[in-house]
Design a protein around this ligand. Structure first.
Ligand code: DGL
Length: 257
């Protein structure tokens, strides 16, 4: 069984990538919505959430954690990963490795304020592809829009346009450095046009997860997911059904921390 966590709905994009890649492990998904958005929190707070999320998933009996939140990976890159008795797949490290042999030269990473502050994405990409110029752009307005259920709205479109307007000239690829942003892909696609490739690190993370499942020799699962939130369980259930199309998955509330 695999564990996934995020501050909220963003990690569902990683879950979708796992299922699209054929990962059939049962999944426990934890949304730490009591603390969303993560992007405006301090490094110390974020490191605490990371520890708590890993401990919670460990307590639910996962064999491995597939991180579905960049912000906590950015903090762990600087301050260390908590020790766990199970492996943890680092989303930013995976994303960086996917740039080996890239044709891109000027890459923009859109991410949360905390992720941009850490510089972890630029380090990870440049470790794999030193010739690539990386610019990191913070987009703090986007996560609250997705969490409010307004991803399809004109407000979302305007907010994405404002982020894209901040990109430097000649950018040839944009990385979704926050797992919430692929839920706004239609607006990014429209604003960027066909010449700028949109890269979702969830795809590489799903491939890495598949390799890890094989390495650990985990018993095949049933592709079922149990969803937990420490926020508003009813609103979370509506969002889960909408974004995953999963009508069978159990959605449960956890006591707020
Ligand atoms: N979706 C998360 C990430 O990838 C956290 C976003 C947030 O809560 O600010 O960083």
């Amino acid at each position: 069984m695999l564990g996934l966590y995020d501050s909220g709905l963003g990690g569902l994009t990683v879950l979708a990538a796992l299922r699209a890649a054929g990962v059939d492990q049962d999944v426990v998904y934890f949304a730490d919505q009591a603390h969303v958005p993560y992007g405006d929190k301090s490094d110390a707070q974020l490191h605490g959430y990371l520890e708590e999320n890993l401990a919670l998933l460990g307590g639910l009996g996962v064999d491995a954690v597939v991180t579905a939140c960049n912000t906590t990976c950015a903090v762990a890159e600087r301050y260390g990963w908590p020790a766990t008795p199970f492996p943890v797949l680092d989303l930013i490290a995976t994303a960086g490795r996917s740039f080996v042999g890239t044709p891109h030269r000027r890459v923009a990473v859109v991410a949360t304020v905390a992720t941009v502050r850490s510089g972890a994405y630029a380090r990870a990409i440049r470790a794999a592809a030193p010739q690539v110029e990386v610019a990191e752009v913070a987009a703090p307005s986007l996560v609250p829009i997705v969490e409010r259920g307004e991803a399809d709205s004109a407000v979302a479109r305007t907010a994405v346009d404002a982020v894209v307007a901040q990109l430097g000239p000649d950018v040839d690829a944009l990385v979704y450095g926050c797992t919430h942003y692929p839920l706004l892909d239609r607006w990014f696609a429209q604003a960027l046009g066909p010449r700028i490739e949109r890269i979702d690190p969830a795809v590489a993370q799903a491939a890495a997860a598949q390799r890890l499942v094989a390495q650990l020799d985990l018993t095949p699962g049933t592709s079922s997911t149990a969803y937990y939130t420490n926020g508003d369980a009813e609103a979370f259930e509506t969002a889960v059904r909408r974004w995953t199309g999963d009508t069978a998955g159990r959605v449960s509330a956890l006591v707020s921390r």
